[in-house]
Design a protein around this ligand. Structure first.
Ligand code: FEO
Length: 135
């Protein structure tokens, strides 16, 4: 079973960003599936690293729009991104040095963060960017 299922309640009304969010959810589900099937640590570690890379790419996309259009909540939103990346880097390092094991708890943390951020903080910029013509 997937950790998280995309549905319209995740949509921020901007196709390019919805696509990236869907890819993030796919990547989380892939990670979860490999934990569930007890894949080897090397593979799970590389999936965690791929996920972090894609998260960074996605945050850079949103922040580029915020900067270009002078989004008033830019700093606040960016702080949430920065904290999450720090957390991901920490998880990745601790996983790679054997301090923690890949677990459903990690998946639950990632899942909850994504759901709350996309449905909360991300949705706050929807109308602002739509009004600027972002599609
Ligand atoms: Fe879609 Fe602010 O991350």
């Amino acid at each position: 079973m997937a950790a998280l299922q995309w549905d319209d309640s995740f949509s921020v009304g901007i196709k390019s960003i919805d696509k990236q969010h869907q890819k993030l959810i796919d990547s989380l589900n892939d990670f979860y599936a490999h934990i569930e099937s007890k894949s080897n640590d090397e593979l799970i570690g590389s999936l965690l690293s791929e996920m972090r890379n894609y998260v960074e790419h996605h945050f850079a996309t949103e922040e580029m729009y915020f900067k270009n259009y002078n989004y008033p909540e830019y700093e606040k939103h960016k702080r949430e991104h920065t904290k999450f990346i720090e957390k991901l880097v920490d998880l990745e390092q601790r996983f790679n040095n054997g301090t923690i094991i890949a677990s459903f708890e990690i998946t639950t943390f990632l899942k909850n963060w994504l759901v709350n951020h996309i449905k909360g903080t991300d949705k706050e910029y929807s109308q602002f960017l739509i009004d600027k013509g972002v599609v």
